[in-house]
Design a protein around this ligand. Structure first.
Ligand code: T1G
Length: 682
């Protein structure tokens, strides 16, 4: 079998055109590296005096091939390609379009000029993968744009437009026409090489550099790639480029092996995978352009804003005029704030708002392709609303509920079209959180499922499909984790100790701080509707707090006390007494639990529940569970998610540690066989 190189070179009207074709994004794999080196050498031997490097598939180069990072491959590295381009005796012009990211920008900077199509996106986002630019980016970029801007772009993983890049002299010209024609024209007039590597880092005010460093050293913990990038960018000002490149290569190889980089790579692919609909027979698409949101409360208006941002036509429907006016006001003030903070221009904001219709008239429903119900979280209320929706909505419309734990199967039975009913569990604030749980009910048809997955992707969310099961994926795991943390309160820990241990692990907030934030009364109300099984260890600390009217931040008292909205670091004597009474009632002799113990029990409870969800078929893929917990519950990205964390442990030891949870959980604890987390597709 003849392997055709993904890189072809040929002379066209006196210009040597090097075309890179490695779909879908021209990632630089080993065959691309070999092909580029061979094409540049061939160009050098040819009669052509100038070359143009262009990508197929509507893009330049999206970077090194991330699939290759997990293995060491022999053959040339990307820095070898950069050097061959820089040392070529004749000039090479880069024709930029689509994505010019990571190694793609490093290759472009090695060229002698860069012409960019107006729609090009340019950047060095490697820190998002826990690594740093490894083919000269930390040394070339500051030579062209200075230290402080290079720190912003590399440590902030910033993606620049073509015009922004031109402003920084990263591209020589921006065109709206065919990029290859424009680059060829430019190439004919280029007279000599001009390599970025020969430039010196421009002098700049040290205060600007310090400010840039401060902007990123505070950014999140466990970000060794950011710290290393700052060191290397600053080194560019004092070291000859070859010395800087040696340091950069060593750091790149070290970071690439790091647990953080492996975790971030795992998430990169997990996020792509969850966006793909089930691979099945051809499915007739159901176009969604007009969406009706029912309920103008916090969730309803958050969902409406999310839809307006994605340029859907939105109808916000309420049955109560006052509630509708409040909801409309909430949306308008959101866009006003976006303009005040410069996130949107007045024109952009009014364009979004022009797609909004607020109404009390249910007849409007007939225009919607998709109806999203976001009313009070009560089964009877939702079933009534769905009966009404079913009457007014057009026959092809998809009907979705935003329920966070109620049965979508049951809600579907309230309609005459269960095949068109599905769950769309948005997370609050809906216009910010990227997770969208799609609840695929028993009668939901494939067309409906595919349509809402495409809808979720258009909202730029991660649409994770779950079966209809209490708590779906995220709340089910969160409930297990939160229950284990409550056990630890009775066993001897204070809320601030549990919260601190989990924040130390990397969670955005501890469970008791989260509980106070969301309101203890919500969980209290739900607990009262659930049958108590005597076998189950039930911690009633939250109930006692609620009976005292301590609902959390909104009542300035919950697990913690709040003064002027500020949380007191330690729990009060009253709360500690409530906790000690709970321990006494259970005849538990309280003992000190250290941070590691707290972290382990919390994580083990998540892993056990994840395995149960996989066994029950509620989650389709183990990697989906990581996407859910990172994007919905603040699990630290650099730890990869509960499943990724489990896969880093010794499997036998992990299974035995999880079995140990049974001593805390009583007879109701269901022990999972966690092997499924190691077997299922990534
Ligand atoms: N390597 C391998 N595959 C990649 C890839 C990459 N760099 N980028 C994207 N893909 C795949 C992706 O998995 C998906 O595959 C398909 O392309 C479409 O992606 C030495 C070391 C380019 C803006 O971080 O930001 O260079 O699921 O669904 O929405 O210094 O992908 O279809 O099989 O996202 O149009 C630095 C990461 C690498 C860029 C396109 N580069 N990619 O977005 O499509 S490190 C990046 C993106 C590096 C050097 C260092 C986006 C995109 P599949 P997609 P999209």
């Amino acid at each position: 079998m003849v392997l055709i190189s993904p890189v072809q070179g040929q002379v066209k009207q006196g210009v040597y055109v090097i075309t890179l074709d490695n779909p879908p994004v021209n990632a630089i794999s080993i065959s691309v590296r070999r092909g580029l080196i061979s094409a540049v050498n061939d160009f050098e031997q040819s009669n052509a005096q100038v070359a143009v490097l262009v990508g197929s598939n509507g893009t330049f180069i999206a970077g090194a091939d991330i699939h290759e990072f997990a293995r060491t491959s022999d053959g040339p590295v990307l820095l070898d390609v950069v050097r061959v381009i820089e040392n070529c005796k004749k000039p090479i012009v880069a024709a930029l379009q689509g994505a010019v990211l990571g190694g793609g920008l490093e290759v472009a900077l090695a060229c002698d000029a860069r012409i960019a199509h107006v729609d090009t996106v340019i950047g060095l986002p490697e820190v998002s993968l826990g690594i740093i630019p490894g083919a000269g980016g930390t040394q070339l970029l500051p030579r062209r744009i200075g230290i402080s801007r290079a720190i912003d772009i590399i440590c902030g993983a910033q993606r620049l437009s073509a015009e922004e890049a031109k402003h920084l002299r990263l591209v020589d010209s921006v065109v709206c026409s065919d990029i290859l024609v424009a680059a060829n024209l430019f190439a004919r007039n280029i007279e000599h090489k001009s390599s970025v590597r020969d430039e010196l880092v421009p002098n700049e005010d040290p205060a600007l550099i310090d400010q840039a460093i401060n902007r990123y050293t505070k950014l999140g913990r466990c970000r060794p790639a950011i710290a290393k990038a700052i060191d290397l960018i600053q080194a560019a000002a004092r070291l000859p480029i070859e010395e800087g490149l040696v340091l950069e290569s060593a750091a790149f190889l070290e970071l690439r092996k790091s647990q953080e980089a492996q975790a971030l790579r795992h998430l990169f692919f997990a996020e792509k995978t969850c966006r793909k609909p089930p691979q099945t027979k051809e499915v007739a698409p159901i176009p969604i352009n007009t969406v009706c949101v029912i309920g103008a409360g916090t969730m309803g208006t958050g969902i409406a804003i999310c839809l307006l941002d994605a340029e859907f036509s939105v109808m916000l429907l309420e049955q109560d005029k006052e509630a509708l006016d409040k909801g409309e006001e909430r949306i308008f003030s959101h866009y006003q704030k976006q303009v005040e903070t410069g996130k949107l221009s007045p024109v952009e904001a009014s364009k979004c708002l022009s797609h909004l219709l607020c109404s009390l008239n249910w007849e409007e429903l007939a225009k919607a392709d998709l109806v999203i119900e976001a009313v009070y979280e009560d089964m009877l209320v939702k079933q009534d609303v769905f009966k009404k929706i079913d009457q007014f909505a057009n026959p092809n419309a998809i009907l979705a509920t935003n329920t966070s734990y109620l049965s979508v199967d049951k809600i579907a039975l309230a309609t005459t079209r269960p095949k068109r009913v599905i769950g769309l569990h948005f997370f609050s604030p809906a216009n910010v959180m990227k997770l969208l749980e799609i609840v695929n009910a028993k009668q939901t048809c494939l067309e409906t499922l595919h349509a809402v997955i495409a809808f979720g992707n258009r909202l730029n969310k991660y649409p994770v499909v779950t079966k209809d099961s209490f708590g779906f994926i995220g709340n089910r795991i969160y409930n297990a984790y939160r229950t284990q943390c409550e056990f630890m309160l009775e066993d001897g820990a204070w809320p601030e100790e549990v919260d601190a241990a989990l924040v130390d692990f990397g969670m955005a907030m501890g469970p008791f701080t989260v509980a106070d934030l969301s309101g203890l009364d919500i969980a209290w109300r739900m607990r009262k509707t659930q049958r108590k099984n005597q076998e189950t260890r039930y911690v009633d600390i939250l109930d006692t707090l609620c009976e005292l009217g301590r609902f959390g931040r909104k009542t300035s008292a919950g697990y913690y006390d709040y003064t002027n909205g500020k949380k007191q670091a330690n729990t009060s004597e009253l709360v500690r007494q409530i906790i000690e009474n709970a321990s006494q009632r259970r005849r538990i002799k309280r003992r000190t639990l250290n941070s590691k113990h707290i972290q382990n029990r919390a994580l083990l409870s998540m892993v056990n529940e994840a395995a149960l969800l996989m066994r029950e078929g509620v989650a389709q893929r183990a990697s989906d569970i990581d996407v859910v917990f990172v994007h919905g519950y603040g699990f630290p990205r650099w730890q990869g998610g509960p499943v990724f964390w489990a896969r880093q442990q010794d499997r036998q030891q992990l299974q035995s540690d999880i079995a140990g949870l049974a001593e805390h959980g009583g007879n109701s604890f269901v022990l999972a066989d966690i092997s499924i987390l190691f077997e299922s597709s990534p």
